[in-house]
Each structure stands twice: as structure tokens, then as C-alpha cells.
Design a protein around this ligand. Structure first.
Ligand SMILES: Cc1cc2nc3c(=O)[nH]c(=O)nc-3n(C[C@H](O)[C@H](O)[C@H](O)COP(=O)(O)OP(=O)(O)OC[C@H]3O[C@@H](n4cnc5c(N)ncnc54)[C@H](O)[C@@H]3O)c2cc1C
Length: 208
């Protein structure tokens, strides 16, 4: 494995693909080999990339995420999966418009979607604490990503993704994917439902 630091809080690990097959957005169970402790991580790389990547926040005093960041290049990991149903039905790609709402490393599965499906009609609303957490934004069409910064003032939108949603026009026809912490998912789900979005157009993945 190799580690790529993106910011003080966040890094990417890259693993050999080794024939591993997954649907973009699914997660795996991953940890350092021999440690006996694994955690779930969502796929970050594209389905056709020759490697596997994961976007990971280093949780200070966390059990797994600090150790993965410190691992020597070439260290081995234990990986199980893929798991979960947070993916897009490929049949729906041509006929649907997607809104991806993610906080922090909750943008990971959307990165995998965007790299995997070149014709995807998407809009991302990404909630981060500060601008230094705009990770790998070069991989998204700038006209399709809105960034909400909650802790430090900047010249874009200041506030949470829920504040952003409250001031935008919510389409009832689009399909919504929410990923991140449970509080955000809960608030965002309520806003979408109150605006009239039907429950079968909302998909969620809670990280913690
Ligand atoms: C389906 C699924 C997919 C996930 N995908 C990702 C992913 O792609 N990238 C990623 O960084 N994490 C992801 N997570 C979270 C990840 O599994 C771990 O919980 C996280 O890395 C912390 O593990 P730890 O052992 O370092 O900390 P622990 O010792 O397990 O926990 C320490 C504390 O950190 C909190 N915590 C967990 N994640 C975060 C976070 N991101 N920000 C702030 N606090 C947190 C927990 O609530 C806990 O209280 C995912 C979780 C699930 C359930």
C-alpha cells in the first residue's frame, strides 16, 4: 500500500487492485494485516482504475485510521468485501439526474461514481470545515460541485450543507445520495422529505 497525504486531517491509501471487483460506492472492511482490527471504507477510485483507493480521515485517538496513515510503503492490509448497496443502478444513469450530498470524507463514494461513469449528470454538495479540505477537486467538473465551508470564512458559501439546501430549489425529479455523519444525514433527509422528495429517491450511507 501507499499513502498520499491530502491535508492535515485526511489522506488517501492506494492498494494493488489484485482482481478485486466492486460496484462504485460500495465499501470494504480494511485494516493493517495482523492487527486484527478493521473498519469500513468506501471506494474512492474508479471502477476501471488499475488500483484501489480510499479517502480516509485521521480520527485523532482513533484505533485504525491513524495507524493506516503511518504504515510504511508496501505494508500489507487485510481487505474484505465489497459490501453494501450504496451504488447506482447503471440502467438509471442515462435517465436520471443525481444530487450527491456528502460531508468530509463522505465525498468518497461520489468520487468513485464520477470517475466510473463519465456521462453522469450530477451535482455535488460537499460540506467541509475549511477550504484545505477541498480534496481532489480537480477530479470534478467545477460547475457541478458546490462547497459549503462551516468553520472558517471564505469567499464561497459559508455554512452547512443543510443551510445550502434550505436556500436552493429542490427538484422532486432528481435522485439524492447522502453520505457522511448521521446528524447531517438525518437533517438533510428531513429537508428533502419536507420539500416533497419521495423516500425512494433518497439513498443514504452513514459513516459514524
Ligand atoms: C459504511 C461505512 C463506510 C465508511 N467509509 C469511510 C470512508 O470512506 N472514509 C473514512 O474516513 N471513514 C469511513 N468510515 C468510518 C470508518 O469506518 C471508521 O469509523 C473511521 O475511520 C474511524 O475509525 P478509527 O478506528 O480510527 O476510530 P475509532 O477508534 O473506531 O473511533 C473513534 C471515534 O471517531 C468517530 N468517527 C468515525 N469516523 C469519523 C469521521 N470520519 N470523522 C469524525 N469522527 C469520526 C467515531 O464515531 C468514534 O466516536 C465508514 C464507515 C462506514 C460504516
Amino acid at each position: 500500500m501507499e499513502v498520499r497525504d491530502l491535508s492535515e486531517s485526511t489522506y488517501v491509501i492506494r492498494l494493488e487492485r489484485d482482481g478485486f471487483s466492486f460496484k462504485p460506492g460500495q465499501c470494504v472492511n480494511l485494516g493493517l494485516k495482523g492487527s486484527g482490527i478493521n473498519r469500513e471504507y468506501s471506494t474512492y477510485s474508479g471502477v476501471d482504475d488499475p488500483y484501489l483507493e480510499f479517502l480516509i480521515k485521521e480520527v485523532k485517538a482513533g484505533t485504525v485510521s491513524p495507524g493506516l496513515r503511518k504504515a510504511e510503503p508496501g505494508s500489507e492490509v487485510e481487505l474484505h468485501g465489497p459490501y453494501g448497496s450504496f451504488f447506482i443502478d447503471p440502467e438509471k444513469i442515462k435517465s436520471s439526474q443525481f444530487v450527491f450530498i456528502g460531508t468530509g470524507t463522505g465525498i468518497a463514494p461520489f468520487h468513485s461514481f464520477v470517475l466510473s461513469y463519465p456521462n453522469l449528470d450530477y451535482q455535488i454538495i460537499n460540506g467541509i470545515r475549511e477550504v484545505s479540505e477541498q480534496h481532489d477537486y480537480q477530479d470534478y467538473d467545477p460547475s457541478r460541485i458546490a462547497c459549503c465551508v462551516s468553520r472558517k470564512k471564505w469567499d464561497g458559501f459559508n455554512g452547512r450543507v443543510s443551510d445550502y439546501l434550505k436556500q436552493m430549489e429542490i427538484s422532486l425529479d432528481k435522485v439524492y445520495y447522502l453520505c457522511g455523519n448521521q446528524g447531517m444525514i438525518h437533517d438533510t433527509y428531513d429537508i428533502l422529505r419536507q420539500a416533497g422528495v419521495s423516500g425512494d429517491k433518497i439513498f443514504t450511507e452513514a459513516f459514524f
